[in-house]
Design a protein around this ligand. Structure first.
Ligand code: OGA
Ligand code: ZN
Ligand code: ZN
Length: 417
């Protein structure tokens, strides 16, 4: 193929003038991506591999080398025939070109873009693709991911991350700083909020839509007669995550304190990720039992009957902890043979005991105007029993999904990082 025999990068400057491509101006978002990819380096050399006519070797001004496959490049074309310019979504049929496709011509343009011409691809052939250098340098991968979790123990009580409600509501940089911290610690307090109903929804909607559940869009944590959950009594709530009987436990929980004038009722938190990691290093057999034994969680009342079968510790394929599903109040049975039950219970108690370790948990009293926001699939929360009838205790709650928190962080980072 012509492109093989004679790489044209040497002629890049000349080509840039000659090969003015009409649809450059029709690619307002570069590689069809709203994220502003950037790089300090320039492409200096492009050549086809001698052994495989579909592998393109790129060389950069800093010596960095990259190998890309021709099919990969064809598929990523962001021209208006391949990707809708408004939706930025693909319209190219991914079976619409040969599996043996390889570019017939390539050049580096003056602006640093890589330009490829494809042979007889569709009517008239000669389909032209442009790739932004910065996008190539990132390997076409979506923008850097959100911050990773950092585990904590009781010491967080002194340094509990706090954010000002007014700032988070008014300023995007304050919103981003709060959400990035939230992804790291999994627990933050937003303070100085008006102690009024509905305010928690305003804060949650800074991130995305509310996750509505059978308890409502907003839920009222108050002691009532005929309660449909222990949460709506004055009982102690041992450390737990909310709604583990749901396939997707709500990602983030908001609890806004409107009044806390009773005797008792202090809040408890424990980093379930820290507990799981401690168990992994100190008792590998218990860790294994809790990652492998499914537990049946169930919530049911007059109107609903939710059931979910999943282990207490959910792992990613690479072994990192994805989620904690722990709630003694609505855990029914572990789904394992009778002969294995004792070992499961031993492991379960190890976890339970660790959540009560004073070095791993923190206790504090919420005051009106504070909003606790935490990762409900990671951070366990609870409260001490309180004396109903003393004074008023009212928390208003809401949930937002993890994917909405991550999405908001990425959108804010486009301009702020
Ligand atoms: C809940 C809950 C905590 C509290 O409603 O699920 O954990 O302090 N409430 O009442
Ligand atoms: Zn195209
Ligand atoms: Zn709860």
């Amino acid at each position: 193929m012509a492109g093989h025999a004679q790489p044209v990068y040497e002629n890049a400057a000349k080509n840039a003038a000659e090969n003015t491509v009409e649809n450059i101006s029709e690619m307002p978002h570069g590689m069809g991506d709203l994220y502003p990819y950037s790089t300090d380096h320039r492409l200096v050399h492009v050549a086809m591999a001698e052994t495989d006519a579909q592998l393109l070797h790129l060389e950069w001004s800093d010596g960095h080398r990259q190998t890309l496959h021709a099919i990969w490049l064809r598929e990523q074309c962001a021209c208006v025939q391949c990707r809708h310019p408004a939706s930025l979504e693909r319209i190219l049929d991914q079976t619409g070109y040969s599996l043996d496709i390889t570019p017939s011509h390539w050049s580096i343009l003056e602006n640093g873009d890589l330009r490829l011409t494809w042979p007889s691809d569709g009517p008239g052939g000669g389909h032209v693709s442009l790739y932004q250098a910065a996008w190539l340098r990132h390997g076409g991968r979506p923008p850097l991911d959100v911050p990773s979790p950092m585990t904590w123990g009781a010491a967080l009580a002194e340094g509990l991350p706090r954010f000002d409600f007014g700032s988070v509501m008014a300023r995007e940089d304050a919103l981003l700083e709060w959400l990035e911290t939230l992804r790291q610690t999994g627990l933050t307090y937003v303070e100085n909020a008006p102690a009024a109903e509905g305010i928690v929804a305003n804060l949650a909607r800074r991130i995305g839509t509310l996750r509505e559940t059978n308890f409502g869009g907003l839920f009222e944590v108050v002691a009532v007669p005929g309660a449909i959950s222990n949460a709506y009594t004055a009982e102690e709530l041992p450390l737990h995550v909310d709604l583990p009987a749901r396939e997707y436990q709500p990602g983030f929980q908001f609890l806004h304190c409107l009044a806390n004038e009773t005797q008792g009722g202090n809040s408890l938190y424990c980093d379930g990720l820290a507990v799981a990691e401690k168990l992994r290093t100190e008792d590998a057999a218990a860790f294994r039992a809790l990652t492998e034994t499914p537990i049946i969680f169930r919530y049911h009342d007059e109107d609903t009957d939710y059931q979910m079968r999943a282990p207490l510790i959910g792992l990613e394929q690479d072994g990192t902890v994805r989620e904690i599903r722990f709630n003694p109040a609505i855990m029914t049975v572990a789904d394992c043979p009778a002969a294995a039950y004792r070992e499961f219970q031993r492991a379960y108690r190890c976890f339970l005991t660790l959540t009560r370790d004073p070095g791993l948990r923190l206790e504090r009293r919420m005051t009106a105007g504070e909003i606790a926001v935490f990762d409900n699939r990671r951070v366990l929360h609870g409260r001490r029993a309180f004396t109903a009838g003393g004074g008023r205790r009212h928390l208003q709650g809401a949930y937002v999904e993890l994917e909405d928190v991550n999405s908001k962080i990425r959108v804010l980072r486009r301009h702020l990082r």
